[in-house]
Design a protein around this ligand. Structure first.
Ligand SMILES: Nc1ncnc2c1ncn2[C@@H]1O[C@H](COP(=O)(O)OP(=O)(O)O)[C@@H](O)[C@H]1O
Ligand SMILES: [Mg+2]
Length: 395
């Protein structure tokens, strides 16, 4: 809890003994205190020791089915995070929560939140997961505060996300809820920063997953803003659906807004299926736009085929961006890439593209080639202006 004395007015509360202190640790029980204003009198979870062991301190975040608390492990005397189900009586929520525990537990990976245990509090009936407590902020908060960010910053954030997705997909799962609120920009003890994926709440297990089918019952799960076209159509999904979500996140990081966000969820889903994804402006280096736009392809066969392929592209482009630091648009000319007219091949074309799927003319190409006359026109105009200016003695 990084709260300054001014923010708290210097008053802290111990949720265990209920007393207010000026110290951040309770002098009696040794439990960390919370800023006094964070105490909610009627909260059904705060201040409870779930399973007799995990004392819920204060809410860190929440979603539709669960709330996440900072907590104190009273047995091992250390901080943890507790993810607590909202409605203990809801059978569907409980089944999803159980599946989330099984999925999260599978991974021991630096870019996936670590689960340390799970439990059932007999007194309250609440199910809970015990997670490592992360310090930092979720990516949705970073986006709200800082986006649009530079391509190198966006790609730097995307690399650990891809590492996590690669492990998840190789482990036979599809996350299905890749979105900024489920990605945590975490600080480590050495002051470094990485991203960790959270929330396996609607993860799908590979192959036939009849329990998932029953739970899903024809609904579109997850946030519609990050839903792939195949998710929107409730068509069969594979790992490439998570890559589309990554494309939306990259677009949002670079532009400050997601490409499709309509007035109603249904309209947003329709846009994912029917509307051409907006292009990144020409100011972006070509390889950056190509990667993001390929992730946003409607047809999964035209996207990068695996998180590993995306990783390789991110690494390559980041390396190039570093070499040409400080130069944005002219990079393309400097590298000898013509500003327009080049025939762009989709390098990600998967093997499962059916012959009747004609590649759509890359809109970026259209934009590029149509800009050529303007470039020539501007150069001529500048020349004329310079000539007139000189003869008039202005320059
Ligand atoms: N281990 C953790 N450490 C710190 N904050 C967390 C942790 N897990 C989740 N959070 C916070 O809680 C929010 C909701 O967590 P999430 O697992 O996505 O729950 P839900 O399933 O309800 O969406 C996240 O966006 C994040 O801000
Ligand atoms: Mg979530």
């Amino acid at each position: 809890m990084d709260t300054s004395a001014e923010e708290t007015g210097g008053a802290y509360r111990c949720v265990q003994c209920g007393r207010t202190w000026s110290a951040q640790v309770c002098p009696e029980g040794g439990v960390p205190c919370i800023p006094a204003f964070e105490w909610k009198e009627d909260d059904p979870v705060q201040g409870k020791a779930l399973g007799g062991q995990y004392l819920a301190l204060m809410e860190l975040g929440s979603g539709a089915a669960a709330r996440v608390f900072s907590a104190w492990d009273k047995v091992e005397n250390r901080p943890v995070a507790l993810k607590v189900i909202r409605e203990p009586g809801d059978k569907e929520q409980a089944e999803r929560f159980r599946r989330e525990a099984i999925a999260t537990k599978r991974f021991e990976h630096p870019n996936i939140v670590k689960m340390e245990g799970a439990g059932h509090d007999v007194k309250t009936g609440l199910l809970f997961l015990v997670l490592e407590q992360l310090e930092g902020r979720p990516l949705d908060r970073l986006i709200a505060a800082e986006a649009p960010v530079n391509p190198d910053e966006a790609f730097r954030l995307a690399i650990p996300i891809c590492e996590a997705l690669s492990a998840i997909h190789e482990g036979g799962l599809i996350h299905r809820d890749v979105k900024p609120a489920n990605l945590f920009v975490a600080r480590d003890e050495r002051g470094g920063e990485t991203v960790k994926i959270l929330d396996f709440g609607i993860t799908r297990f590979a192959g036939d997953d009849p329990v998932d089918q029953a739970l899903t019952a024809g609904r579109v799960l997850g946030s519609v803003i990050y839903a792939s076209p195949e998710q929107a159509l409730r068509a069969p999904l594979d790992a490439r659906s998570d890559l589309y979500a990554l494309g939306i996140i990259l677009y949002e990081l670079l532009m400050g807004l997601p490409p499709f966000d309509r007035d109603t969820p249904l309209e947003t889903l329709k846009a994912h299926v029917e509307e051409r994804s907006p292009l990144l402006p020409l100011e972006f280096p070509r390889d950056v736009s190509d990667l993001v736009e390929s992730l946003l392809e409607k047809d999964p066969g035209r996207r990068p085929q695996s998180a590993l392929q995306v990783l390789a592209a991110l690494d390559r482009i980041l390396g190039r961006l570093k070499r040409s630091e400080g130069i944005s648009v002219p990079v393309r000319a400097a590298e000898g890439i013509p500003v327009g007219g080049e025939d762009i091949k989709n390098p990600w074309q998967g093997p499962d593209k059916t012959p009747n799927q004609q590649p759509v003319e890359s809109p970026q190409e259209a934009q590029d080639s149509s800009s050529l006359p303007w470039v020539i026109g501007s150069v001529v105009l500048l020349g004329v202006l310079w000539f007139v200016g000189q003869s008039m003695g202005w320059v």
